[in-house]
Design a protein around this ligand. Structure first.
Ligand code: ATP
Length: 329
């Protein structure tokens, strides 16, 4: 079998009393797009910082492209590309100059550098704008240029720490389009952190992290299937009567969420006609019914007992150490 692109065993990181990463294990296959999902403060950035050799682990082991991130630090760095939360581009320089500068830093072969620059600029749709100063780029274009820069030296693994943070939904979607297309041109492994559930859906597999631990790891589809319940939401003329009827007729506990009666059942579509009949028989006026398949939010809820949004609120704002460290270098 091919050596994994990323391999982590018993990884721990403590900052004083704070245990940011509490013993995690994972393996990412070559060519995989692997998502790291979790609320602020879950330990995603700390893990990615360790894999990028920017932070040393307190305990455990991690290897990237088959090389140990502590013992073979320089060799790991040559094989990875980084895209940070905070912009690190030089505004007055053009997109192309930014790439040229980066290529020199990374010792990209001068004979092939121009062709490589063109290739990565085309990959992220910026070739036409390559001569313009970065200061004239939109937020989404800057992030795309950072992705191009991360790819310039042909890394085996591209690490992206919240690459779409602060971008509008349309721009976020376009960044993911470019990421998805990377695999068409190169056999690269993508390791990306996000706290957007919808983005995690684009990954081959995801790890959900909470309070320093991986609480679930699988394909998005498998994780959702494990939840095993659809969500049926009913708007009624008498919610209390509806909840009582659901308990009486089906032995199910309905809850009130966002102003509507909500019921979790394995086969939502099959349940709706029976629900409709039971509520009508109980004299409850049914205004609308919707059925949704389990989302990654439901997966998070099932594993942690809280929604991602609530977990985020209780975690509060946290540091973005990778960006801080890189800026300080
Ligand atoms: N350099 C540091 N010094 C002290 N504590 C730190 C440091 N870096 C991270 N932490 C703490 O470790 C915990 C995990 O933080 P981390 O940034 O890894 O989480 P995260 O999931 O990436 O969150 P975010 O999405 O906000 O970056 C938090 O409690 C954070 O405050």
């Amino acid at each position: 079998m091919d050596e994994p692109a990323v391999s982590v065993r018993g990884l721990v990181k403590r900052y004083g009393d704070v245990e940011a990463v509490r013993g995690i294990d994972l393996e990412v296959a070559r060519g995989e797009t692997f998502g790291f999902l979790g609320p602020n403060g879950a330990g995603k950035s700390t893990t990615i910082n360790i894999l990028c050799t920017l932070v040393e682990p307190t305990a455990g082991e991690a290897a990237v492209a088959g090389l140990d991130v502590v013992r073979d630090r320089a060799a790991v760095r040559r094989r990875i590309g980084l895209v940070f939360q905070e912009p690190t581009l030089d505004g007055p320089m053009s997109g192309e100059q930014n790439l040229r500068f980066h290529g020199e830093l990374y010792g990209v072969d001068r004979r092939t550098a121009a062709a490589r620059r063109e290739e990565v600029l085309r990959t992220v749709g910026l070739f036409e704008r390559r001569k313009d100063p970065v200061s004239t780029y939109s937020g989404g274009m800057r992030r795309r240029l950072e992705i191009a820069r991360g790819l310039l030296h042909s890394p085996q693994v591209l690490f992206l720490d919240e690459p779409t943070i602060g971008l509008d939904p349309q721009t976020r979607a376009s960044i993911w389009n470019y990421l998805a297309r990377l695999h068409e041109t190169q056999p690269i492994t993508v390791f990306v952190t996000t706290h957007y559930m919808d983005e995690a859906e684009n990954c081959d597999r995801i790890a959900i992290m909470n309070e320093g631990r991986i609480v679930a790891l699988d394909t998005p589809e498998a994780l959702k299937a494990q939840v095993g319940a659809d969500r049926v939401v009913v708007a009624t003329g008498d919610d209390d009567a509806a909840i009582a009827a659901v308990r009486r007729e089906f032995g199910l506990e309905a809850g009130m969420h966002e102003g509507a009666v909500t019921i979790s059942v394995p086969d939502g579509a099959g349940f709706v006609p029976r629900l409709f009949a039971a509520l009508t028989a109980a004299g409850v006026d049914v205004r609308s019914v919707s059925v949704t398949r389990p989302s990654l939010d439901d997966v998070f809820l099932a594993h942690t007992g809280t929604t991602l949004r609530d977990a985020e609120r209780s975690a509060g704002p946290s540091l973005h150490p990778m960006a801080m460290r890189m800026r300080g270098r």
